[in-house]
Design a protein around this ligand. Structure first.
Ligand code: URA
Length: 378
């Protein structure tokens, strides 16, 4: 079996665009900032593209993953989950691809000029992906689409409506950050995301589950985390991500289906699961205690004695026990080595070492062994 990078038009164009975005110096206050456009933005085959405002200081600017790591990101991911929209099947970007900060270093709103500067990158993303539906999150995102092709939509008058625009459908929504909740409650925003799923179904005559969700999902991420804690009640946060990856990997190898629909990307130190952001775990498991020990987060959890029995099936239990027995006591460094010995990670490293690709932030897709950019050819 030979691995090759497929030179598809979209993959090439996207990689070229990321290079161009990385070299962009149009906005003076952000000319040295990190740019948040990479493979963790989602699938290039996505039929739905979400556009936010700009990477947040504590979120995308820190994680490198659009809408991930801050409050706006948590809300967004919760809304996606509510509408059964799987992150690996959509594409998420921002009107401005760098984090705009004020003089005190806090997030600030991008200026009209900055939105205009970045709109050429947005136009290229739309051209490469050619999504059926574009969803704008907030007024800045809506404004950015006007630079790509004109329209007269406003957030106030046209929220949650499907509009013909530039050979596709444009749906204006409010931003999921806390500030916008004053104008649009979370309950209303949930219905907005449901509307997107329905619109998608109407356009493609396919149900969300057939097209946007990973098939054969057996369990929720937090059910698995709870089961891990039932065996190890104190875990290093770094190690939790690696153990979770190993559980998903072993489960997929044995049963040829995903255990959860967790979105796992290859970050600098190995697999990182967006669903396992510590604030999300804390929200799902309120009894969790998080301590910071010399820069490492240590998670402690003991289920309440009144907790109902685990709903996890025996197949999942068996894999979790096997992984915890083999790797649960290893140090973070040793578990990282084990992770890098698994097939998807070895393939990432091989391609990187050959200098073919930068696979940082690429989603790990177990069913194709590595990302869609890489196909195995006989
Ligand atoms: N994170 C993003 O990526 N975009 C936003 O608009 C807000 C947070």
């Amino acid at each position: 079996m030979k691995l090759e990078f497929i030179d598809t038009k979209a993959e090439n164009a996207f990689d070229l665009l990321c290079g161009k975005v990385n070299g962009c110096v149009l906005c003076s206050r952000m000319k040295d900032s990190q740019r948040v456009l990479n493979h963790s933005s989602g699938s290039l085959d996505a039929e739905i593209m979400f556009i936010g405002e700009a990477p947040g200081r504590l979120g995308a600017d820190n994680s490198g993953i659009p809408f991930h790591g801050d409050k706006a990101g948590h809300n967004f991911e919760e809304l996606l989950e509510f509408a059964n929209l799987d992150r690996s099947r959509i594409f998420v970007t921002n009107a401005v691809l760098c984090n705009p900060r004020d003089e005190s270093g806090n997030n600030s709103t991008p200026t009209k000029v900055e939105v205009h500067n970045c709109s050429q990158h947005l136009a290229e993303q739309i051209k490469i992906l050619n999504p059926k539906i574009v969803v704008t999150l907030g007024s800045i995102a809506l404004e950015s689409t006007r630079h790509v092709a004109p329209h007269l939509l406003t957030l106030k008058d046209d929220v949650r409506t499907a509009n013909e625009w530039f050979n596709r459908i444009l749906i204006p929504l409010y931003h999921p950050g806390q500030r916008a909740m004053m104008h649009r409650s979370f309950a209303n925003q949930r219905s907005d995301y449901q509307f997107i799923s329905e619109e998608f179904k109407r356009l493609t005559k396919k149900s969300v589950s057939s097209k946007l969700q990973t098939s054969s999902i057996n369990h929720s991420v937090f059910l698995i985390v709870k089961e891990i804690f039932a065996h190890l009640n104190s875990i290093d946060y770094f190690k939790l991500h690696k153990l979770f990856y190993l559980i998903e990997y072993k489960y997929f190898k044995k049963f040829n289906s995903r255990l959860t629909n967790a979105y796992i990307v290859r970050q600098k130190d190995g697999p990182y699961c967006t669903d396992l952001h510590f604030q999300k775990i804390k929200k799902a498991l309120p009894e969790l205690v998080i301590r910071n020990k010399a820069g490492n987060l240590i998670l402690n959890y003991s289920a309440s004695i009144f907790a109902p029995p685990s709903e996890i099936d025996n197949k999942a239990k068996e894999i979790i026990i096997e992984v915890l027995k083999d790797y649960g006591q290893l140090t973070s460094q040793a578990i990282k080595t084990k992770v890098y010995l698994t097939e998807p990670m070895r393939k990432f490293l091989k391609l990187e070492n050959e200098g073919k690709l930068n696979l940082y932030n690429v989603p790990i897709e177990f069913n194709q062994t590595v990302h869609t950019a890489i196909r195995s050819l006989k």
